[in-house]
Design a protein around this ligand. Sequence first.
Ligand code: ADP
Length: 457
Amino acid sequence: MTPATITPELHPVLRAFPGAVLALDRAGMVLESNGYLERALERGVAGQAFSAVLDTASRRKLDAILSREPRAGHDPAATPAWELMLAGRDTLQPRSFYPVWDEGGERLWLVECPRDPRFDALYEELAAVNSEQANTQRQLAKEKARLARALAELERELTENERLSRALQGQNEEMEAQNQELLAMTEELHAGQDQLLGANQQLERRTRELQIALNARNRFYAAMNHELRTPINAVMGYNDLLLAEVYGSLSEQQELAVERSQRAARHLRELVDDVLDLSRLELGKAELATQDVDAAALVDDMLETLRPVAAQAGAEMRRVEGEPVRVVTDPRRLRQIVLNLLSNALKYGEGAPVWARVARGADGGLVLEVTDGGPGIPQEDLGRIFDEFVQLAREDNTEAAGRDGTGLGLSIARRMAHALGGTLEAASTVGVGSTFRLTLPPAPPRGAERPNDHPRP
Ligand code: ADP
């Protein structure tokens, strides 16, 4: 293909053009120039390789353009300005060109587009817009990153919330279970309270009933005092008169009968006295007449009184050596207690020896023991024998001949011991014998009558 030349009409245009216009063949040789560039470079380029005036980077750019498949027609918009560094005589100069291929793609037109100061403002504006856009983009990127972070945080919070809510639900369930348990316990407690209330009411009712029974018994004792004592005293009075032969002399037989009647009446009066004593002790009305008492002498006196009874039982009875003890107490009451213990020992000892011993207690008071070598009392009965109307022999249905007690003796003795501020206890071994031990303080304490000392129901 013959190289195309510029149509002659174009020459004046090229000359008037305010920049360089060059035509290169495919090998990069300058076919034509308007001389503008040559003047600027201060050397000729026409008929030479254009690459000879370019720096290395610009040379590569030119090679790339020349080796490219040329596109048909002039398409400046699609072919951006292209800056080359041209080597002038002294300096390197940057120049912007538009590469334009001619028809057929054999010739490359390089058309310089010189810098026009009128566009500077536009360029600056463009640069400003560009930098603003870049800024905006940077900010957008930043914002995007921030949003991503916030989103991640939100997700993390959501997960944590979910976990918390699950934990809360677990706790709620646990609390619910505990509540149920508490409710059950409360119900149980209510039931227990009701039961307790019932028991209390029952107890109150029983206490009231007991009080009524006690009052009835005390009324009975009071009535007995009057109704029984008066006729017994009358019988004993008449017996005395008969024995004194106020109503005439008695035959021996008659005298014997009256004496027997008198003994029976005396026993009856003792029983009545016992019962009355008991009622007084229960009511706390036992009056004490205290004085200084020689305990050993008092015991000796009682032994002497019971000597005929011991002889009749065939039992040896004595006081074993102890120490002299003096206490302030009611001698009548003390005598009653000792008499009861000694006569029981004789009554239930089956002829075994009986001995009494007086000693000083740790508190300086009295310790008085009555021991017998009799059959003894079973362990399970030891506590009971102090209860009213308990007579073991009668319960066993064994013949209680000659042992006609009332079952009140020990009960009264213990109450008296208490009234005097002391104690009365029993110890026994079956087949060996029994020991009844009375202790009394050196002097009865104030209010020793113990008004609250009621019998067990
Ligand atoms: P009682 O009037 O029957 O003698 P007590 O209260 O004095 O009543 O005694 C109660 C019961 O204790 C007696 O019936 C008897 O069975 C038993 N008892 C008392 N003292 C002795 C003893 N020394 N040895 C064996 N049993 C005794």
